[in-house]
Ligand binder design. Structure first.
Ligand SMILES: Nc1ncnc2c1ncn2[C@@H]1O[C@H](COP(=O)(O)OP(=O)(O)OP(=O)(O)O)[C@@H](O)[C@H]1O
Ligand SMILES: [Mg+2]
Length: 456
């Protein structure tokens, strides 16, 4: 699109640039993501002001900046940059009238499920489902700008930290299919209560049109109750026998990969995932339910699930390093539910081999944080690994103390570098190591280094 077209879409005025310049690259607020042909969005954040990075963005290849004031470089000037970013995303979607949009929310599994839905829908048409996590009022428009002109499907993760966040995201891009995975305790700190979280996540299904589909988790009562909040058709998924789309005969192989019979109104199909972790059954069911809104070709949906690979980094990536250490990198983030799920997978994958658990603190749990860490520490104790390495703040220490009570050896690392040293010191060939923590702890590169056999 040209700068003139974009300026018209956001009711902005073009300064210092030529109206027929084409924007061909990412529309991004992150100067590190700027590529040739980008439009750089100068957002003023709490810590930095994007306007200070305008020159740098132009040098990096951006053809113009979306900004709140003229900057001496080509700029589309608007009064509210963030609102304009949303309007721009909306305008992009409006240009593709046949586009099928899937929105995914929930307390855990959004990115994993978005990656699965993207891989399944790409069997049915060109699909934009960008890897990674960008799910906020600024991340989602960036992902929308990755739409290709031939796109038939767009799959978006929608995150919420407050009531109203998802309503905003759906006002930018209104999905036809809304998937709600779970109402857990992630971000309980900001929300205050699980009811508030349910209120926020349910905004997704409130936005759906009557000919849309709400895909709701039958196994999570707070999600199932959202059926009352939508005019769309409701399809439930889960392990429970009442679910519209469900799994029967679930088994897990020695590598921790689940297989099951996918039961749907369109018939049944056998699914064997290449991905690791029994918890993925639920995500795969949600994926099938979402895909069946657009197709009734169940065999192709099942085949695409069978072929699906890990896409985004740090979510149950299982590999063996040159020294024969099995590394489970699940270090992108952590909440009690996902740690328990990962411990279960670790046990299956280890199959009696020596296990080492590297666990950092789980952030943003609010008032229950200390108790949650103690509970997870006890779960580690029950698993009886050879060693637990805790990483980070006093919550991580609390977790370790609860594990030590079960007689398991525990050492503490103050940060990721100390953790890397302890890993190098203690981990031996033939062992299985799980890395898990909130992203801020920074364990992803430590796991990557071990997986690559890099020693420090
Ligand atoms: N259904 C599930 N149940 C339990 N754990 C899960 C489930 N799906 C994914 N996980 C695990 O939870 C963690 C986070 O997964 P993912 O990144 O997909 O969630 P998310 O909802 O996108 O998180 P965020 O809020 O950070 O965007 C990963 O460790 C993943 O393996
Ligand atoms: Mg995510």
């Amino acid at each position: 699109m040209t700068l003139a077209e974009l300026a018209a879409d956001v009711s902005g005025t073009l300064h210092d640039g030529s109206s027929d310049t084409l924007v061909t690259g990412l529309v991004t607020f992150d100067s590190r993501h700027v590529e040739l042909g980008s439009l750089f969005v100068a957002l003023a954040g709490a810590r930095v002001d994007g306007h200070d990075f305008a020159d740098q963005a132009i040098e990096a290849g951006a053809v113009a900046v979306l900004a709140a004031r003229p900057l001496g470089v080509p700029a589309i000037v608007v009064s509210d940059v963030q609102a304009a970013y949303g309007r721009l995303a909306k305008a992009l979607v409006r240009r593709l009238p046949g586009l099928g949009v899937v929105g995914i929310t929930g307390s855990v599994g959004k990115t994993t499920t978005k990656d699965l839905v993207g891989q399944v829908l790409s069997q049915f048409g060109p699909t934009t489902a960008p890897p990674g996590n960008r799910n906020s009022e600024v991340g989602m428009p960036e992902n929308v700008s990755r739409l290709t002109p031939d796109a038939r499907f767009l799959v978006l993760e929608m995150g919420a930290r407050h009531v109203g966040d998802i309503a905003y995201l759906t006002s930018v891009v209104r999905p036809q299919v809304g998937v709600v995975l779970s109402v857990g305790t992630a971000h309980l700190g900001e929300f205050g209560s699980r009811e508030a979280i349910a209120q926020a996540k349910g905004e997704l299904v409130e936005s759906l049109p009557a000919d849309g589909t709400a895909v709701l988790n039958a196994d999570d009562p707070m999600v199932a109750a959202m059926a009352a909040r939508t005019v769309a058709r409701v399809v439930t998924f889960g392990r429970s026998p009442q679910a519209t789309v469900r799994a029967e005969d679930v088994s897990v192989d020695a590598a921790g990969r689940p297989a099951f019979t996918l039961v749907t109104p369109h018939g049944t199909a056998r699914v064997s995932l290449r991905l690791h972790g029994e918890h993925l059954v639920s995500n795969a069911l949600a994926t099938a339910a979402a895909a069946l809104h657009f197709t009734d070709d169940l065999p192709l949906v099942a085949q695409a699930l069978n072929d699906a690979e890990p896409v985004s980094q740090g979510r149950m990536q299982v590999s063996e390093n040159p020294a024969g250490v099995t590394v489970i990198n699940d270090a992108y983030n952590a909440s009690p539910v996902s740690v328990i799920a990962a411990l279960k997978s670790l046990q299956t994958i280890a199959a009696g081999r020596r296990m080492v658990v590297v666990l950092g603190q789980m952030n943003e749990l609010g008032d229950t944080s200390a108790d949650d860490h103690i509970e997870v520490g006890r779960a580690v104790g029950k698993l009886r690994p050879a060693l637990l390495i805790t990483v980070g703040n006093e919550d991580a220490v609390r977790l370790g103390a609860a594990t030590a009570e079960a007689g398991v050896a525990v050492v503490h690392a103050a940060d990721k570098d100390a953790a890397a040293e302890l890993v190098a010191q203690h981990v031996r060939p033939g062992e299985v190591v799980l890395f898990k923590a909130s992203n801020a702890v920074g364990l992803m590169p430590v796991a990557d280094d071990l997986a690559a056999g890099v020693s420090r």
